[in-house]
Design a protein around this ligand. Structure first.
Ligand SMILES: Nc1ncnc2c1ncn2[C@@H]1O[C@H](COP(=O)(O)OP(=O)(O)OP(=O)(O)O)[C@@H](O)[C@H]1O
Ligand SMILES: Cc1ncsc1CCO
Length: 270
């Protein structure tokens, strides 16, 4: 496992269990429960609120904010913007998950507006979503990734342009802050049979950020944790079926310790 510049992943896991950061997530009804339980399993706390009258106050009391575009509406977009701006004012780190951002012009415009008005620390999406955000491709039929995003240079440029850490998940996850670039090889193909593993990755990025971990390491740790949990759960429960595999993810996230992480993580600086 590559460790240059990453002093101790174990320490980042311990930061979470010592601090129990509160992650405010404005997310979608498809995956909200999984995102909440993933954060709890790893030792964090979470709150989900999107009513315009309370969203800034609740953001202000959190350690990090995750903005997920999964089921957008005009009202929810207002909430995302208000929360994002409240977080920026208090220097609370923000993760943006542009779920299905190419699926409609409303989502595309919403994602653009959000990136324009809110300073985000990390953007995490699948290859189609990141492609769409970078204006390389504007066409997408659904929510999940369809095409391979293989231009490492484009991801790096996107990070430079947005001053955010950019994460592209998929068979291999790519994380860059525009300078350093990491590849995470954890995960298994069966993870795409469950909806929400990407949303969980974004939620856990918020968790590491909320424990004061540097953005690029937060993103690397979160991607590796989800991938490891997926692999271990499939190994243990795959033969039972997708339901057990799904629940097993939370068992494995809950059991994630420094030793397991360091034995299982396949992280390379590229
Ligand atoms: N073919 C694969 N092989 C290994 N890991 C995979 C594969 N496909 C997805 N993953 C893993 O699944 C997780 C989610 O990645 P993915 O790119 O599928 O997110 P997503 O499309 O945004 O998901 P969702 O929208 O369902 O939340 C990541 O940890 C990723 O590494
Ligand atoms: C399937 C789906 N539709 C809106 S959000 C979501 C979960 C994947 O992010």
């Amino acid at each position: 496992m590559e460790k240059d510049g990453i002093n101790s992943f174990g320490a980042y896991l311990e930061l979470i269990t010592n601090r129990n950061p509160v992650v405010h997530q404005i997310t979608n009804f498809v995956t909200a429960n999984d995102c909440a339980n993933a954060v709890l399993a790893m030792g964090g706390r979470t709150v989900m609120a999107d009513y315009i009258e309370e969203v800034e106050e609740i953001t202000g009391a959190a350690d990090s904010l995750v903005l997920n575009l999964g089921v957008p509406s005009e009202e929810r977009l207002q909430s995302l913007l208000l929360a994002g701006k409240a977080a920026n004012k208090k220097r609370i780190p923000v993760v943006f998950d542009p779920v299905g951002c190419g699926a409609s012009s409303f989502r595309r415009n919403a994602a653009k507006k959000l990136l324009h008005e809110v300073e985000v620390s990390v953007i995490r999406g699948n290859s189609s979503e990141i492609q769409c955000l970078f204006d390389k491709y504007n066409r997408m039929r659904g929510i999940d990734a369809e095409t391979k995003f293989d231009s490492i240079c484009t991801v790096r440029k996107f990070a430079e342009k947005t001053h955010a850490v950019v994460v592209v998940t998929g068979e291999r996850d790519i994380v860059t802050d525009g300078d350093k670039m990491y590849m995470i090889e954890n995960g298994c193909k069966e993870m795409s049979l469950l909806t929400g593993t990407g949303c969980i990755c974004s939620a856990l990025t918020g968790l590491f950020l909320g424990a004061d971990t540097k953005a690029v390491y937060s993103a690397v740790c979160a991607a590796a944790c989800v991938g490891i949990a997926g692999e271990l759960s499939w190994k243990r429960y795959g033969e039972c079926g997708l339901g057990h595999f799904h629940m097993g993810l939370f068992d494995m996230l809950g059991n994630m310790r420094k030793e397991i992480f360091e034995a299982e993580a396949r992280i390379h600086e590229i």
